[in-house]
Design a protein around this ligand. Structure first.
Ligand code: TPP
Length: 538
């Protein structure tokens, strides 16, 4: 007998999906049983938010929707934090929630809330699977999830439907991925107008954003050709950094992060902003572009800009096609002093690496960079350490740094690293997290132990929610609610069986990383740092 749950499992497999990350309730057991042996592996996590984060990373790295699963009510609410990440970081994802049988709809029932109302604000579509339309609904959900801008779709899966026999035949043609929905044409008149604007500007500045991460390697290289041929200075958001922080490119720095004032100083003369794949969800135009400074917006969706700002032109559509055409523009003359750019980069580096006597966050970042191979991938949590990593870390490639920045959720890095290691087992993967982020997601270290995943969990252990402490200190407020634990707290030698290596200086950290990067299971590198430098580097 083929159940509706079998049909779901088969449809996911045929869409090329290999994992469902989740935390079950009684309502999901038939679905999990259907996944058994189906080619789609169920990965148990320790909190549903992690299931969403892992599915998000699966979506980022593969371009196919990541899939997560929870039970109803509290499982569904827990999972929203991870699903929201895919919503604001623009990642294709399918979120399945179990539900009571159809006869209980609208009744007062233990654990039951309105899942559609819960998921509507953080998904592109929220619906319920129904008999006879399972393959069609999932195929549509996948198309919606991957269409620009990508995002999550929520699918409620009633318990009785999962159990019932289905009339749908497995592997029915036409019910699988129909491919990424992308237009490949370029609006010629907008492009010609943009080229005129670039050629007449005296100080054209390029800004790159996270949509470029979805445009593929050919688009990255076309963008770089355009930048190199014309020697145009470029800024980026944190998520897009890997697109352009390359020695071949005139990279100024990351917007809105550590020592943003120095980046802004260099950009001061700009008289045109050419924004490529710039998604304001990471950092609004209004936060850094003067109202009189014209903006050219090239993205998959229209610009979100207030009326005081000048949108000089916009080119909306496929970024692969747009960047290819930009790469044809050469011989742009401008007034930027590129020797001043080299001096600016040195000044920025010095400002981010103050001569500090104690073991400090920037030392941790430098040791990690020296220790991690070029193809290494880091996932980054949210906190003071994030600001410093954003500006200081050399990414050495577009898909080497994963962070939650549209959603900006603490707790991302640990599950994200687990998801990344499952998708790309050959690459070294390091999760960089504050101690606050660690405490939120510590349970997932047991997931890495169970799956025997050699992930390095690098903790910036500074005892505080430093980003919030810095904000309190600057306003001379009390340091209430930001101290996580006292100086004497010890992590112990292992966490759920993963060795913990506590380090307090660069040499010890280098040695700990050397061992962790060749280990056959997870390691926690517990870097005890002095957060004092955050007062000057942020
Ligand atoms: C889920 C969530 N809760 C709260 C915040 C607000 N927040 C941003 S950074 C931060 C402090 C992070 O502390 P920690 O993980 O120790 O990193 P640190 O700032 O010390 O580097 C907080 C509370 C958030 N972004 N996400």
């Amino acid at each position: 007998m083929t159940t509706h749950a079998d049909v779901v499992a088969d449809t996911l497999r045929r869409a090329g999906i290999r994992y469902v990350f989740g935390y079950p309730g009684g309502q999901n057991v038939r679905f999990i049983e259907a996944l058994h042996g189906s080619g789609v592996q169920f990965v148990l996590v320790t909190h549903e938010a992690s299931a969403g984060f892992m599915a998000d990373v699966y979506g980022r790295l593969t371009g196919r929707p990541g899939v997560c699963l929870s039970t109803l009510g509290p499982g569904a609410t827990n999972m929203t934090t991870g699903v929201g990440n895919a919503w604001l970081d623009r990642v294709p994802l399918l979120a399945f929630t179990g539900r009571m049988g159809q006869k209980w709809q609208g009744r007062t029932v233990q654990m039951q809330v309105d899942h559609q109302a819960l998921y509507r604000p953080i998904t592109k579509w929220s619906t319920t699977l129904t008999a006879g339309a399972v393959q069609e609904t999932i195929a549509r959900a996948i198309d919606i999830a991957i269409a620009e801008q990508p995002g999550p779709v929520h699918l409620d899966f009633p318990e009785d439907l999962a159990e019932e026999p289905s009339e749908e035949s497995l592997g029915r043609p036409g019910a699988v991925l129909s491919g990424r929905a992308r237009g490949a044409t370029v609006d010629e008149s907008a492009l010609a107008h943009i080229e005129r604007l670039i050629r007449t500007a005296r100080y054209p500045l390029v800004a790159v954003g996270l949509s470029m991460n979805r445009a593929g390697v050919a688009a990255t290289s076309a963008l770089r050709r355009f930048l190199v041929a014309n020697r145009l200075p470029v800024v980026s958001t944190m998520m897009a950094k890997g697109q352009v922080d390359d020695p071949s490119v005139d990279f100024v720095g990351v917007l809105g992060r550590a020592r943003r004032d120095l980046v802004a100083d260099f950009c001061q003369p700009a008289d045109l902003v050419i924004a490529v794949g710039y998604d304001p969800v990471e950092f609004n135009y209004e936060e850094w572009v003067r109202a009189d400074l014209p903006i050219v917006h090239i993205d998959t969706v229209r610009a979100d800009l207030d009326d005081r700002h000048v949108l000089a032109a916009q080119l909306v559509g496929d970024l692969g096609a747009a960047t290819e055409r930009l790469a044809e523009i050469s011989g742009v003359t401008h007034g930027w002093d590129l020797s001043a750019l080299a001096a600016h980069r040195r000044r920025l580096y010095r400002a981010l690496t103050p001569d500090w006597p104690s073991f400090s966050p920037h030392h941790v970042i430098e040791v990690l960079r020296r220790s991690l191979p070029d193809d290494g991938l880091i996932t980054v949590d949210v906190g003071a350490h994030t600001h410093l990593i954003a500006q200081l870390w050399e990414t050495r490639g577009p898909a080497n740094l994963l962070v939650s920045n549209g959603w900006s959720s603490m707790g991302f890095a640990i599950p994200a690293a687990i998801g990344a290691k499952l998708v790309e087992p050959e690459r070294p993967v390091v999760a960089c997290t504050g101690d606050g982020g660690l405490l939120m997601m510590a349970g997932e270290i047991s997931t890495a132990v169970r799956l025997r995943l050699p992930v390095v969990f690098l903790v910036f252990r500074d005892r505080f929610l430093s980003l919030i402490k810095v904000k309190q200190d600057r306003r001379q407020f009390h340091r209430d609610g930001v101290e996580l634990f006292g100086p004497d707290l010890r992590f112990g030698d292992s966490l759920f069986g993963a060795p913990v290596r506590t380090v307090g200086d660069p040499r010890a950290m280098e040695e700990a990383l050397r061992q962790a990067l060749v280990a056959d299971g997870p390691t926690v590198v517990d870097a005890t740092v002095d957060p004092a430098e955050y007062d000057v580097v942020l």
